[in-house]
Design a protein around this ligand. Structure first.
Ligand SMILES: [Zn+2]
Length: 87
């Protein structure tokens, strides 16, 4: 069972890991080359963790879980992250 949400729903766990606002970071998909804000991705919240998928081609961009006191972060679906240097 999974709940489909948007990437803003993943903002909480991403904020625990990254020292900047991740929902406004731009990510380029390795699957189709689309660039968009992480907050606009399709998010799937599982008991196992959170998966963020490209809204255009459904490639998995980010998978994040918290297991035994560690965050597991799989970002193989992202070609480029664009992070604003102006906080
Ligand atoms: Zn894509």
């Amino acid at each position: 069972m999974e709940n489909k949400l948007d990437g803003n729903a993943a903002g909480g766990i991403l904020q625990e890991i990254f020292p900047f606002e991740m929902t406004t970071v731009l990510a380029t998909c390795t699957g189709c080359g689309t660039t968009g804000a992480i907050g606009a991705l399709a998010a799937y919240m599982h008991g196992m963790g959170t998966v963020l998928r490209c809204p255009s081609c459904d490639t998995m961009l980010i998978r994040v879980a918290q297991v035994k006191g560690r965050y597991l972060l799989d970002m193989r679906g992202i070609r480029v992250l664009q992070i604003s240097a102006e906080a």
